[in-house]
Design a protein around this ligand. Structure first.
Ligand SMILES: Nc1nc2c(ncn2[C@@H]2O[C@H](COP(=O)(O)OP(=O)(O)OP(=O)(O)O)[C@@H](O)[C@H]2O)c(=O)[nH]1
Ligand SMILES: [Mg+2]
Length: 383
């Protein structure tokens, strides 16, 4: 009978009983969630529910208060498990009325980013390589097909050109790699000067034998692959090939391996692709090479981040994806950098630049350390 009455007069009763209703809450982790409403009449009893189940109150966490017409539920030390739909049902002798609100939590910004590009650009332009044997630090981008490898290079070139740069072919949604040559890309220009680092673009890895051969990446890490080499998925480079560098020295080698993983597709990457990337990582580890992950397409993985890039280190989705990346490839979290590439923008975005510059600044320093350490080891081995 009570239920029937409620169904028939839902809107009327809702308006009749509530002076104010519960409001949705988005609270930072560790903060306090306060759900509050006010009834129009007194002598009501209240029942709180979470996701349709009567709320299981935990001491020192949940506090339920009723003060005359005012009803409050306070949840201290907000954490992810407090998320959900909260409902208060007010009971009179005759009928019940309810209202609900959604509670979500957000992370405190857990990695600090400077959202001001000028200082980072100046620092990188002023950067000098410590090891005199090396004129340019070399980064190799490695990852599955169509994940934004070439776009990373376009984005970095865009930052230092000060205008959108699209020379390194970035393709849309294809299953075959668009990059088919080993391509060395300088950063900067003759007018403003070149930066002391280069990026080496590669073909994408595929689950089958159509993609980049892992032996070719491993040869490239050691400096055996010359610029312009046309990748051959079925037959890796041998020392008889024109593009094979027989005696590479430190300047020909790669100084940091940049693995590229798309944030929106990490869960659906084929295990065979991950295994190939791990094989390359293992070889890079044997060479003591710094290895990082640039996690692209953060805008596709998280609507909050797509709306405002400043949310990238507050987003639970992004953090979860970074953790997945870390688990899949065995790269520690502090070597994983979420980035967004230019792909549809025709104007410069300082936010896109800053996120990329943050990552770039780190890898330049780590590659520089590697070059110093490489020579030190060689000298001590010779001596
Ligand atoms: N939304 C979004 N799209 C991106 C981002 N980075 C790259 N893309 C898009 O992803 C597609 C593939 O980008 P590419 O840079 O060609 O990828 P790739 O890894 O070099 O691809 P292959 O050379 O073919 O293996 C293009 O359509 C890009 O515009 C990003 O951060 N966000
Ligand atoms: Mg490419």
């Amino acid at each position: 009978m009570k239920e029937e009455y409620w169904n028939q007069s839902k809107n009327y009763e809702w308006e009749k009983e509530f002076a104010t209703v519960l409001a949705d809450q988005q609270v930072k982790h560790g903060g306090t969630i306060t759900l509050k409403c006010e009834a129009k009449t007194e002598e009501l009893t209240a029942i709180w529910k979470k996701n349709g189940q009567r709320l299981d109150c935990v001491q020192d966490k949940h506090t339920i208060k009723q003060n005359g017409k005012s009803f409050t539920l306070e949840i201290k030390n907000a954490e992810e498990k407090d998320e959900g739909d909260y409902t208060i049902t007010l009971n009179t002798k005759l009928y019940s009325v309810s209202c609900s609100a959604k509670v979500t939590t957000e992370l405190n910004e857990w990695r600090e980013i400077k959202w001001n590009q000028a200082e980072m650009i100046d620092t990188l332009r002023a950067f000098r390589i410590r090891n005199g044997e090396v004129k340019q630090l070399c980064f190799l981008v490695n990852g599955p097909v169509g994940v934004g490898k070439s776009s990373i290079i376009n984005t970095i070139k865009t930052i230092f050109e000060g205008r959108p740069y699209v020379n390194y072919l970035a393709a849309s949604g294809l299953s075959q790699s668009q990059t088919i040559y080993y391509k060395k890309c300088e950063v900067g220009n003759t007018k403003d000067g070149f930066l002391p680092f280069t990026f080496h673009d590669t073909m994408g890895i595929q689950k089958d034998e159509n993609g980049l051969h892992t032996d070719d990446i491993i040869s490239a890490l050691k400096g055996h692959v010359k610029d312009g080499y046309p990748f051959n998925p079925t037959s890796p480079l041998t020392e008889h090939n024109l593009y094979y560098c027989k005696n590479p020295d430190l300047k020909d080698r790669i100084h940091c391996l940049v693995n590229v993983i798309p944030a929106d597709k990490i869960s659906i990457l084929d295990d065979k692709v991950i295994q190939k990337m791990k094989k390359v990582r293992d070889e890079a580890s044997k060479l003591d090479l710094p290895q990082v992950v640039f996690m692209t397409r953060v805008d596709k993985a998280c609507p909050l981040t797509a709306e405002d890039l400043h949310n990238v280190y507050k987003s639970k989705k992004i953090k979860q994806n970074m953790e997945k990346c870390s688990g899949a490839l065995g790269v520690p979290l502090n070597c994983i950098f979420p980035v967004k590439n230019y792909y549809k923008e025709t104007e410069i975005s300082e936010d896109i630049n800053c996120l990329m510059l943050h990552a770039l600044t780190k890898i330049v320093l780590w590659a520089d350390d590697y070059a110093v350490e490489y020579s030190r080891k060689q000298t001590s081995a010779e001596g």
